[in-house]
Write a protein that binds this ligand. Structure first.
Ligand code: ZN
Length: 133
């Protein structure tokens, strides 16, 4: 049975894998379909116990949104930052690589939304792409 409040199995597996790799309690995942939207939106609860995604139609963006929110969750469960400061981005770029997010997409998205920490942390991680390409 299909239910638009249940995450697809690839999401459940990816979330479980990231949680296992980082010794985290897997979060409760709130999944919804964004009507007629291309891009997803996401959130991670500040208690580090749940994440949510309103999924757009773009699969690359769906995957990236999960990786972004799971980076928040990993940091929060280990007592790290809850916000988009350098600490977050130092954790994010290796996560995008490890969990096969599309780096150009991640870079473009983050430069648009949280530009302050993006470029220098990305370059420090060894990244060589240019945003906006
Ligand atoms: Zn975020």
């Amino acid at each position: 049975m299909y239910c638009d409040k249940m995450p697809p199995s690839w999401v459940t597996k990816l979330v479980q894998r990231i949680a296992d790799d980082h010794e985290c309690v897997p979060p409760y995942v709130v999944w919804a379909l964004g009507k007629k939207k291309k891009y997803s939106t996401g959130w991670a609860a500040v208690d580090g116990r749940s994440i949510g995604v309103t999924a757009g139609s773009d699969k690359v963006d769906q995957r990236y949104t999960i990786i972004h929110e799971m980076t928040h969750l990993v940091l929060m469960q280990h007592g790290g930052t809850t916000t988009h400061i350098d600490e977050f981005y130092h954790a994010l770029w290796p996560m995008v690589r490890k969990y096969r997010g599309v780096m150009q997409h991640a870079l473009n998205y983050e430069c648009e939304h949280h530009p302050k920490s993006v470029l220098h942390t990305y370059k420090a991680s060894g990244g060589r792409l240019t945003p906006g390409v």
